[in-house]
Design a protein around this ligand. Structure first.
Ligand code: ADP
Ligand code: TRP
Length: 324
């Protein structure tokens, strides 16, 4: 089965991104055929500067390689290295109507926040559909927030097939409806835009600062504490199996341990879990040659799949090409 997903390079990864999305993607690598790319063209819809785009793009590639993407096992590339994707976007934009695109929540939300949208933001779902359909993906793991975009991709594929013949694979969404929203240090959804994140690759000092700033109630050391009402507990649970969770629950309920110590235990869990990845990322940032050659290997593999498919698509539509 072919699994495909894209990660938009939008800054620093945090625990919410890792536990909801990245961890699951990485597991697929050992079981299925994984196609994974950095969606740097999608990032243009929130462009602020060339410098930021360049930094975020390289940072996303580094993050994924450090977390365990193996360019030998999966196909890992940079979206902009495959020009057939933007070509397919144009073909697909003929089969979806403006009124349908106007229903996109992500578009409507940004407009409601006062953002003056470019046409690129409006057609964002078509580019995403092209990413998926060009590579004939069977399943697409994404967060709940991307559910509607996946529905658009399926709809576009069905319309295209109805008009031009059964060429495109209808992708299945792979969305964990039950994945809990990871809370930030203030208890709201962990999100870059709320500045309440615990970042995976920040310095130890910064991670410590974030953990120590987690909001708690004012119960004293001796008092029993309610784990189910605690952000510290909710975040720490992500690192634990059922037995571990029970032990931690008991520690909260018994009393005699202050929030300061509970935060210290959480800090240890975070640093322990991510230590090997953090080390790998440091090594990789000192050797960008490896990152570049990985992306080149991925580009070559992805491009040969893309090229085969786009030729079929051009022929089905009746697009002239001087290549026979
Ligand atoms: P942010 O809200 O920080 O900008 P993104 O929108 O870049 O995060 O999210 C990338 C992915 O991580 C999406 O699949 C999204 O569903 C997931 N994600 C982000 N924050 C959380 C969270 N707090 N809990 C669960 N999943 C999250
Ligand atoms: N829009 C996705 C996100 O923000 C990223 C993405 C781009 C993607 N193209 C894709 C995800 C294709 C899955 C398949 O998370």
């Amino acid at each position: 089965m072919r699994i495909l997903t894209g990660v938009q390079p939008s800054g620093k990864l945090h625990l919410g991104n890792y536990f909801s999305a990245i961890r699951k993607i990485l597991e697929y690598q050992h079981k299925e055929e994984l196609f994974l790319f950095v969606a740097n063209l999608h990032a243009l819809t929130t462009f602020s500067s060339k410098k930021e785009l360049e930094e975020n793009t390289m940072s996303a590639a580094l993050d994924l390689l450090a977390l365990g993407v193996d360019p030998e096992k999966s196909i890992f590339w940079m979206q902009s290295d495959i020009p057939e994707v933007t070509e397919l976007t144009w073909y697909l934009s003929q089969v979806i109507t403006v009124s349908k695109l106007e229903l996109a929540h992500s578009f409507k939300d940004k407009v409601a926040k006062g953002f003056s949208p470019g046409a690129g933001l409006f057609t964002y779902p078509i580019l995403m559909a092209a990413d998926i359909l060009l590579f004939s993906a069977d399943r697409v793991p994404v967060g709940k927030d991307q559910k509607q975009h996946l529905e658009f991709a399926r709809d576009i594929a069905e319309r295209f097939n109805a008009q031009f013949g059964d060429l495109l694979v209808i992708p299945e969404p792979d969305i964990d409806e039950h994945t809990a929203t990871v809370p930030g240090v203030d208890g709201a959804k962990m999100s870059k835009s709320y500045k309440n994140t615990i970042d995976l690759f920040a310095s130890e000092k910064e991670i410590k600062k974030s953990v120590m700033s987690i909001v708690s109630d004012s119960k004293g050391i001796e008092e029993p504490k309610d784990p189910d009402d605690s952000i510290i507990f909710q975040i720490h649970s992500l690192f634990l199996d059922e037995t571990g969770k029970q032990t931690l629950r008991d520690r909260f309920r018994k009393g005699g341990v202050g929030y300061g110590d509970l935060k210290k235990s959480l800090l240890e869990a975070i640093l322990d879990r991510f230590a090997p990845y953090r080390k790998k990322r440091e090594e990789l940032s000192a050797d960008l040659g490896y990152v570049q050659s990985s992306l080149k290997t991925g580009r070559d593999k992805a491009r040969s799949v893309a090229f085969g498919k786009i030729k079929e698509i051009r022929a089905a539509i009746g697009i002239y090409s001087s290549d026979f």
